[in-house]
Design a protein around this ligand. Sequence first.
Ligand code: DC
Length: 218
Amino acid sequence: MIINITIDGPSGSGKSTIAKAISKDLGITYLDTGAMYRGVAYYVISKGIDPSDEKGVLGILDDIKMDIIYKDGEQKIIICNQDVTPYIREHNISMAASTVSKKPAVRLKLVELQRKIASQTDCVIDGRDIGSYVLPNAKYKFYMTASAEERAKRRHKELLEKGKDIGYEEVLEDIKKRDIQDSTRAFAPLVVPEGAVVVDTTNMTIDQVLKYIKERIC
Ligand code: DC
């Protein structure tokens, strides 16, 4: 039987760090669904379309042929045969991804691919709506969170390490805006999924979170 582990939560809650560690420990696939929305956002912007332009985005949606591949254990987002992975972590793509992800047609397209992958392989899959909408019957469901200030601190540090000096206040504001946009959209918003174990990571180390989650899986 295929095993799916879902991890939902707001940006900066530590989902991807934990999901990667679990995937490595258990030898199962890690599917980062945020990267898929980021890929769409990047493609939309590269075509000169404003991510909030409903007609513009829907007009090119059918052109987006997305493939997910793994190279040296890393997930790559391929759109129309181009690896867009190097570009999707830019600061402006975060909000653009949140904006394109509000559109049900965008979500339905990506959810179809997510469900297909999850039905074929044991995986840990993170996002905003995985345990609530994409895979409500997953065997293990988690919801990770942390205070907005702590999440902004982590994201700010991550950006600095990449040589991007975006002020802490701007990062915090961006996180709060995205929280609102992701949790108030009409279709498949960010919620605590029914039956999910909630983990508040504000005052926890990565090792503590990992231990806590692994104890509930094995
Ligand atoms: O996890 P992330 O920061 O890479 O996600 C970028 C945006 O994509 C996020 O602000 C909302 C959207 N997203 C979503 O709506 N549903 C998902 N399952 C994953 C991400």
